[in-house]
Design a protein around this ligand. Structure first.
Ligand code: XLS
Ligand code: NI
Ligand code: NI
Length: 436
């Protein structure tokens, strides 16, 4: 087959190169904090935006015409797409990919045919994976595009839709297992509402809780060792998505007894749509034992929706990477480019430039974050700030030895008048800037 992407493999040439089709920062074998960069970052390319999306927006028709899109036989199209996808993974040298059932294989007119289509493509994927050594970071089911899901999947008012969604997830999880996926993701595509007038919040939460329990049960039944991840998003496509942010999912998981079974896949543009920073969501997940994986992209500060652009600001990503490193780095997770090129970027090499740029920004951010970890100055200042909690008063409060009575006595006996201490924000911000 004629290659879809121009040129040869993208390699590391260093910061001085003027070759736009080379890495300036991403050197997969370079050791960073005791691990090769490739293992710290665990990059994945996503199938849906990069190979499935046609460049359409709410006002505009498709702008991308890829060879697999006008194939009269959709299964033949899926095979051509697969060839182009693995060509990209190989050219970029990215170790992982991610997919939804429906972007890898076309939907049939019955679930049985859809399953058979996916099984056939999964066989080709298996072949390409063993030929190239590229691995699967996660698989997921598309429970939001088809009109049957217009009122939600697990949270649908009709239990038959719930059953259909369950059948779909069962199949994709089994395919993910067969392809040795390291995680399985559930993004609550339309699990939310357009108006409370037609919505029973309590029922829908219980339905979603049941659904997730069934998913976890099935994972154990088939012996899938990967991590189940839920991906928070506050709105879009629905006005209110139940998996609003990390904290909302944390409450949900605890309510339905799932906090030890499910972790989070946090996406930059979803965090910012929720009014948080990306690092806030990572820090919240880490603080509660829920840190799993990341969808790396960015929004546009002037647009209020999920623009899913490629990351291009190393400073922002560096703070996020610092938060990841403090959380112990990735285990089964990684950095998945859930990102789209702009609809005017119609050439195949635009896809290369987008990924090269995103990969380099993350690699550069990792190097900056590693310096922050290595010299320990930020951590030292943080430890100082809380040092009192390691002393006798702090310890007695935390260990349960204190009461309001004993604390009142403590203050009154000593005539205590705690001296306020500076939060040192500017000093800390200057310190961060010194690493950039
Ligand atoms: C959409 C989500 C989606 C998930 C996978 O906003 O980011 O792409 O990552 O279903
Ligand atoms: Ni995503
Ligand atoms: Ni998104």
């Amino acid at each position: 087959m004629k290659p879809f992407f121009p040129g040869t493999a993208i390699t590391y040439e260093g910061p001085e190169t003027d070759n736009p089709l080379a890495y300036r920062w991403y050197d997969p074998v370079r050791e960073v904090l005791g691990k090769p960069m490739a293992d710290q970052l665990r990059f994945a390319v996503c199938y849906w935006h990069t190979f499935g999306w046609q460049g359409n927006d709410p006002f505009g028709a498709p702008t991308f015409f890829r060879p697999w899109m006008d194939e009269p036989d959709p299964m033949a199209g899926a095979e051509i797409k697969l060839g182009a996808a693995f060509e990209l993974f190989e050219k970029l040298g990215t170790p992982f990919f991610t997919f939804h059932d429906r972007d890898a294989a076309p939907e049939g007119d019955t679930l049985a045919r859809s399953n058979a289509n996916l099984d056939r493509i999964a066989e080709s994927i298996e072949g390409e994976m063993s030929r190239t050594g590229v691995r699967l970071l996660w698989g997921t089911a598309n429970l939001f595009s088809h009109r049957r899901y217009m009122s939600g999947a697990a949270t649908n008012p009709d239990p038959e839709v719930f059953a259909y969604a369950a059948a779909q997830v069962k199949h994709v999880m089994e395919v993910t297992h067969r392809l040795n996926g390291e995680n399985y993701v559930l993004w609550g595509g339309r699990e939310g509402y357009e108006t409370l007038l037609n919505t029973d919040l309590a029922r829908e939460a219980d339905q979603l809780g049941r659904f997730m329990n069934l998913v976890v049960e099935h994972k154990h039944k088939i012996g899938f060792a990967g991590t189940i991840l839920i991906e928070p998003k506050p709105h879009e496509p629905t006005k209110h998505q139940y998996d609003h942010d990390a904290a909302a999912i944390h409450g949900f998981l605890r309510k339905y007894g799932l906090e030890r079974e499910i972790k989070l896949n946090i996406e930059v543009n979803h965090a910012t749509l929720a009014g948080h920073s990306f690092e806030h969501e990572i820090a919240y997940a880490a603080a509660n034992g829920l840190f799993g994986s990341l969808d790396i992209n960015r929004g546009d500060p002037q647009l209020g929706w999920d623009t899913d652009q490629f990351p291009n600001n190393a400073q922002d990503v560096a703070i996020a990477m610092y938060t990841v490193l403090r959380a112990g780095g990735f285990t089964s997770g990684g950095l998945n480019f859930d990102a789209k090129i702009r609809r005017q970027s119609i050439e195949p090499d635009d896809i290369l430039h987008a990924h090269i740029g995103g990969i380099d920004v993350c690699a550069r951010a990792l190097l900056i974050a590693a310096r922050m970890v290595e010299d320990g100055k930020l951590q030292g200042l943080l430890d100082d700030r809380y040092a009192g909690w390691d002393g006798p008063l702090g310890q007695s409060i935390l260990e349960g030895g204190a009461s309001l009575d004993s604390l009142a006595d403590y203050v009154l006996e000593r005539d205590l008048d705690p001296e306020p201490r500076s939060g040192r924000q500017e000093r800390l911000e200057n310190l961060v800037n010194s690493y950039l």
